[in-house]
Design a protein around this ligand. Structure first.
Ligand code: G6P
Ligand code: MG
Length: 215
């Protein structure tokens, strides 16, 4: 029986993937190469520095020092935050706000479990902070998904046992993290990609409380 819902942010509550993509693309282009939207899929749920490493690999760039990598990641984040600083609640994905509210009305606890260090900014811009009992993000975890740390900390903050938690995730690494943490996983996206999930829906607009009971 589900007592808590833990939501990934990017790709589940809001579509920030397009902003991440634009900022990383600009960075790559500045170094003289490009990458595809399909390669961009591999960046979903992946931390900032791990994303940079993947992108540098795609560009066959092997000579960057740690300091230079730090500067590149900072530059990307400046471009990214320029874009998210003008986001509005209109950019909340269809049905997301409604589903979180229906969970709360039913007495379920709600939390965010995201790899993003920009989570507080995004939740504030979207006026969603009051909808979550706990927010665990890239500022409070040391081990990235697929390690379950972000969701385990979420369950602890909500004081709900892992087995009674369900995680909503659009990234393969996030589904793996939920399963590894002993939680149920609902995939947001395509069943072909999110094979390990207990259930896959195209978006939270397709999700109902009744479906939680069948997990
Ligand atoms: C989420 C996104 C990733 C992003 C990561 C870190 O998991 O899906 O694309 O790289 O967060 O985000 P940040 O805002 O800390 O750079
Ligand atoms: Mg995501």
């Amino acid at each position: 029986n589900i007592q808590a819902c833990i939501f990934d942010l990017d790709g589940v509550i809001v579509d920030t993937a397009v902003y991440h993509y634009k900022a990383w693309k600009r960075l790559a282009n500045g170094m003289g190469f490009d990458f595809t939207e399909q390669q961009n899929e591999q960046l979903k749920g992946v931390s900032r520095m791990a994303s940079l490493d993947l992108i540098l690999g795609w560009g066959n760039i092997t000579n960057k020092t740690d300091d230079e990598k730090e500067q590149l990641a900072t530059q990307k984040n400046e471009w990214y935050t320029d874009m998210i600083n003008t986001m509005t609640p209109a950019e909340i994905l269809p049905g997301a706000r409604e589903f979180v509210l229906s969970c709360r009305d039913a007495g379920l606890k709600t939390a965010i479990g995201s790899a993003s260090k920009n989570t507080p900014t995004i939740l504030t811009r979207l006026e969603l902070l009051p909808l979550f009992d706990a927010v665990i993000d890239g500022n409070s975890v040391s081990k990235p998904k697929p390690d379950p740390e972000v969701f385990t900390k979420g369950a602890e903050a909500l004081q709900v046992a892992a087995a009674n938690c369900v995680v909503f995730e659009d990234a393969i690494a996030g589904i793996e993290a939920a399963i590894a943490g002993g939680m149920k996983a609902v995939g947001i996206g395509s069943p072909d990609t999110l094979k390990q999930a207990n259930l896959v829906v195209s978006g939270l607009d397709k999700m109902t409380l009744e479906m939680l009971e069948e997990l």
